[in-house]
Design a protein around this ligand. Structure first.
Ligand SMILES: *Cc1c(COP(=O)(O)O)cnc(C)c1O
Length: 430
């Protein structure tokens, strides 16, 4: 799969290069050079999930990885359930939170870890690879879990001190071994800027073999493409042929970008809903304003507290920044914390427990859908990861999945870090 820069198609490389090269030479993001529709979509949709994932990966990157490796990888990486749950007559939730860290970021992180292991198997280096990741909560957990104890890899997680849930923090700051957690005195946007500054330092990147596990890494986006196909496949299993309106709870917009790539590849989708909390950079733009990145505001759905979404550059490139073309396939809206709480309660009445991120997607879907439309929202995190918001509504504690419960007994091993690039570089080199 050839890839090009969002900023200049003359910067062209292989997918393997993009896997480890982080940003493009001109500071942009790697995107697929071609996004032609797949052949035989109907047959593809009839395959069981892991087989379908393997087949899609072969069609995407089979020119750079062996088919047998991709088969093994798909079955091993995605070995947890992915239910499409019916909420009411015309609404479904795709539960993406049954992986080891209970959020959808397990998909991207687990594919990335395995692709890097395959890639490094074919190359030799004595210097361990350093995975550097900025997180608003769930990325750090998924990446730390996916790479924990992986030989030849060190993981550094940057997170905004005091701005992630206790449960999220445990998931990356209590592991130890090859995982270092740095609690930054700043916001998620600050963490993201710190990571970006390191990746922009060519000497540091080479010296430490720095590799991004954030959604600037195209491998993460590819992993997410796979579950959009599952939505349509699972609807067909139920005899539903109507193309869905898919609501995506968005922060950095990697997830929505993956959905749009799936649509470009021929997946029958009616439209997408870009759903945010009050960090309305993208809805404001799509509703006619300027594209204006801004400082993020803390909300209940903290993994979406992003004011300068890094993957918007990919989506803008997909539509050559043409707002009219975006409108043809995307609607956008937002939900406040108050609306999010109301939605958690409404969904609970219907018999389904939502975390705040899924609730944002559902609330915005409700606002923007037309009568008769078939709605699907992505449920990106397990409600147990956000017990405070959930307990308020249900009046009883959420049962902790055992994977989470075990972590609560372990001590935190995070180190504090000033919001300062030089301090970070010193720590990484130490
Ligand atoms: C990261 C995250 C999001 C936002 O996804 P993006 O790809 O950054 O838009 C939504 N929900 C949860 C639970 C997350 O962890």
């Amino acid at each position: 799969m050839d890839v090009i820069s969002t900023r200049n198609p003359a910067h062209r490389a292989t997918f393997r290069h993009a896997l480890t090269a982080n940003l493009t030479p001109d500071g942009g993001l790697w995107i697929p050079a071609r996004l032609a529709p797949f052949d035989r979509i109907d047959a593809l949709l009839e395959l069981p999930f892991a087989d379908r994932c393997a087949e899609i990966l072969k069609r995407l990157i089979g020119d750079e990885f062996a088919a047998a490796d991709l088969d093994a990888l798909a079955h091993d990486a995605f070995n947890f359930p992915l239910p499409l749950t019916q909420i009411d007559a015309q609404t479904y939730a795709l539960e993406l939170f049954h992986g080891p860290t209970l959020a959808f970021k397990d998909f991207g992180a687990r594919l990335l870890a395995r692709l890097l292991a395959l890639h490094d198997r074919d190359t030799t280096s004595v210097t361990p690879r350093m995975i550097l990741t900025a997180t608003s909560g769930d990325t750090g957990a998924a990446v730390a879990s996916a790479f924990w104890h992986q030989p030849g890899v060190r993981v550094v997680v940057l997170y905004p001190h005091g701005r992630v849930s206790e449960m999220q923090e445990r998931q990356f700051a209590a592991l130890g071994d090859n995982v270092l957690a740095l609690a930054v005195d700043g916001s998620f946007d600050d963490c993201q800027a710190l990571a970006k500054a390191c990746f922009n330092d060519a000497q540091l990147s080479a010296e430490l073999r720095l590799t991004s596990a954030n959604s600037i890494n195209l491998a993460r986006i590819l992993a997410q493409l796979l579950y959009y196909f599952e939505i349509v496949a699972a609807l067909r299993v139920r005899g539903v042929r109507q193309a869905p309106l898919i609501s995506v709870p968005s922060g950095n917009f990697g997830n929505l970008c993956a959905g749009l790539y799936a649509w470009k590849r021929g997946l029958p989708v009616a439209q997408f809903v870009a759903a945010t909390n009050v960090n309305r950079t993208v809805p404001d733009f799509l509703q006619g304003g300027e594209y204006q990145p801004r400082p993020s505001v803390a909300t209940l759905s903290n993994a979406m507290d992003v004011g300068a979404p890094s993957n918007w550059e990919r989506i803008a490139a997909l539509f050559a920044n043409h707002r009219g073309e975006m409108h043809a396939v995307m609607r956008a809206g937002s939900a406040t914390d108050a609306e999010t709480r109301v939605e958690i309660a409404r969904l609970w009445q219907l018999g389904w427990l939502a975390d705040p991120h899924a609730a944002v997607a559902s609330a915005v879907l409700q606002k923007l859908r037309q009568p008769g439309e078939l709605g699907v929202f992505l449920a990106t995190a397990h409600p147990a990861k956000f017990p405070d918001a959930v307990v308020e509504v249900t009046g009883k504690p959420v049962e902790l999945p055992s994977a989470l419960a075990k972590l609560l007994d372990l001590p935190l091993q995070a180190e504090p870090l000033a919001n300062d690039v030089a301090a970070l570089k010193r720590r990484l080199r130490a």
